[in-house]
Ligand binder design. Structure first.
Ligand code: MEV
Length: 306
C-alpha cells in the first residue's frame, strides 16, 4: 500500500497577475487530502473518490504517469479522502493530482523528485483545466510559503517568522469558477489593456514588497499591502458584494489587512490581525455571513503517510 497526503493552499497575494507572468505568494494550509493505492484483483484501476466530485484529475494523473513511466496500471484500487471537501478554494484538484502522482511513484518504487512531481502534476492539471498558473500544484508539492511564478518558472520558499499575528480564513458560501474568472479578466484586458496591464503590474509590485515584509515578520505592513491588493482586485472586477462585506467587517473589527484569496467571485477571504484581536475579527466576519475555517498556514507539502 502507498498512502500520501498533500496540502490545500491559499493564495496570499498576486492572484490573476500571476497568470500574466507576475510573482504571487501562496501558502500551504493544514487541511490535507489523502490518496492511497492498494493492490486488488481489478483488471484495471478502480478509483474510489467519495468526497471528490470530479475524478478527472485522478484520471489525468494516472494517464500522465502511465505515459511518462510506461507503467502497467492494473490490479489496484486508488482511494481519496479529504479534510476540506466542504470548502471551496483550497485547491483540491491540485492536491489530489500531486497525491496521486506521489502515491503511484511510491507504489511502483519509481525514484521521483519534487520537481518531477510538480511538472507531471501540472501537466495533468492542464489537460483537464486548460488554464492555471500552477501555484496550487507548487504549494501541494513543496508546502511552506512560496514566491511563485507562472508555470513554476521560479519557486522560492520564504522564511516565515512566527509573531503576534493571527491568520483568519473565512468561506463566503459561494463556489467560485476559476476558469470563468480568469477568462473574465482576460476579456477585460483585451478591451481595456492599458488599465488592466497597469493593475496587474501594480499587483506584482505589491507581491515583491509583501515577500520582504513577511520575511521580516512585519505583519502590519503585510496587512496594508493586502488591502491595496484587494483594491486592485476590485478594480479588476473579481470581488463580490459578499466578499466586500466580510472584508469590511474584518477591517472594522481590527484586522490589519483582508482580501479575497483565489480567483474571486466567491470562495474564501483571508485576514491578518494582531492575536489579541482574533476573536473580535472572527465575530465581525461571521456577522457578515462568513464561515470561519480553522486552519494554520505555512504547512508541509506532499508527504508519505504509510
Ligand atoms: C485562482 O485561485 C488564482 C488565479 O490566479 C488563477 C491561477 O493562478 O491559476 C486566478
Amino acid at each position: 500500500m502507498s498512502s500520501f497526503s498533500a496540502s490545500g493552499k491559499l493564495m496570499i497575494m498576486g492572484e490573476h497577475a500571476v497568470v500574466y507572468g507576475y510573482p504571487s505568494l501562496v501558502t500551504a494550509v493544514s487541511s490535507r487530502l489523502y490518496v492511497s493505492i492498494t493492490p486488488s484483483t481489478n483488471s484495471d484501476v478502480k478509483i474510489h473518490t467519495p468526497q471528490v466530485k470530479d475524478s478527472r484529475f485522478v484520471q489525468a494523473a494516472l494517464d500522465v504517469y502511465k505515459d511518462k513511466f510506461k507503467a502497467k496500471l492494473t490490479e489496484m484500487t486508488l482511494s481519496t479522502r479529504s479534510d476540506f471537501y466542504t470548502v471551496n478554494g483550497f485547491g483540491s484538484s491540485a492536491a489530489v493530482t500531486v497525491g496521486t502522482i506521489s502515491a503511484l511513484a511510491d507504489y511502483f518504487k519509481q525514484d521521483i523528485s519534487k520537481e518531477d512531481i510538480f511538472r507531471l502534476s501540472y501537466k495533468a492539471i492542464q489537460t483537464v483545466q486548460g488554464v492555471g498558473s500552477g501555484f496550487d500544484v507548487a504549494s501541494a508539492t513543496y508546502g511552506g510559503t512560496l514566491l511563485f511564478r507562472q508555470g513554476g518558472e521560479s519557486i522560492i520558499p520564504l522564511n516565515v517568522p512566527s509573531g503576534n499575528m493571527a491568520f483568519i480564513v473565512a468561506y463566503s458560501g459561494v463556489k467560485a469558477n476559476t476558469t470563468e474568472m480568469v477568462q473574465m479578466v482576460k476579456a477585460k484586458r483585451d478591451k481595456e489593456s492599458e488599465k488592466v496591464n497597469s493593475l496587474l503590474r501594480s499587483i506584482g509590485e505589491l507581491v515583491v514588497q509583501a515577500k520582504e515584509q513577511i520575511e521580516k515578520g512585519e505583519w502590519e505592513s503585510v496587512g496594508s499591502l493586502m488591502n491595496k491588493n484587494q483594491e486592485y482586485l476590485c478594480e479588476l472586477g473579481v470581488s463580490t458584494p459578499q466578499i466586500d462585506a466580510m472584508i469590511q467587517k474584518a477591517l472594522q473589527s481590527g484586522a490589519w489587512g483582508a482580501k479575497l484569496s483565489g480567483a474571486g467571485g466567491g470562495d474564501c477571504i483571508i485576514a491578518i490581525a494582531p492575536v489579541e484581536k482574533k476573536n473580535t475579527v472572527i465575530g465581525g466576519i461571521e456577522r457578515a455571513g462568513g464561515q470561519i475555517i480553522d486552519v494554520t498556514i505555512n504547512e508541509r507539502g506532499v508527504q508519505k503517510e504509510q
